[in-house]
Write a protein that binds this ligand. Structure first.
Ligand code: S3P
Length: 173
């Protein structure tokens, strides 16, 4: 399997931590799109949202996808909203297999409790769980563009990684 393995899914579904474990297991380089944007711009994601707004962040995200989708043999973690853009989905799927990690709203709420990291969840004050449910509902269709799904709510990271490895082994050569 020479193609990329791309992890997508809502905030807090474990894209980065599972991506790093997959990278170690498969011996492939790992790249996290959010981290790449932060390194390229020398700014944190919350700062980019605050100073330039979400549209600017989405533009940087599209540029990163364009660059990374030219590469092969990588493990790539997208941001939770990367696949909102249909051209991003097209490029990512052309470069490899798109795997969506999922979790229940309550589990996502628990995992994303720390404030200051995810601007889209910080605005609603005590309504954070409702914000998560609303965004999940809005994004239901966009996550359905993936090739494969893994529910991370009750599985251990090792079980999730093993399941993904089993799937990608048979995907393409
Ligand atoms: C976003 C998810 C974040 C980050 C940005 C926007 C989203 O990434 O890209 O805050 O629109 O869902 P994570 O899913 O890695 O938290």
């Amino acid at each position: 399997m020479k193609d990329n393995v791309i992890l997508t899914g809502f905030m807090g579904t474990g894209k980065t931590s599972i991506g790093k474990m997959l990278s170690a297991k498969l011996g492939r380089p790992f790249i996290d799109i959010d981290k790449k944007i932060e390194e390229d711009t020398q700014m944190s994601i919350p700062k980019i949202f605050e100073q330039y707004g979400e549209e600017h962040f989405r533009k940087l995200e599209r540029e990163a996808v364009k660059e990374l989708s030219d590469k092969r043999g990588m493990i790539i973690a997208t941001g939770g909203g990367t696949v909102k853009d249909i051209e991003n989905v097209r490029l990512l799927k052309k470069s490899g297999v798109l795997i969506c990690l999922t979790a229940t709203p309550e589990e996502i709420y628990r995992r994303t409790a720390r404030r200051g990291e995810r601007p889209l969840l910080d605005g609603g004050g005590n309504e954070r769980l409702n914000t998560i449910k609303k965004l999940l509902a809005e994004r239901k269709d966009i996550y359905s563009r993936a090739d494969y799904y893994v529910d991370t709510t009750s599985w251990s990271p090792i079980q999730i990684v093993d399941d993904i490895c089993r799937y990608v082994k048979h995907f393409r050569n």
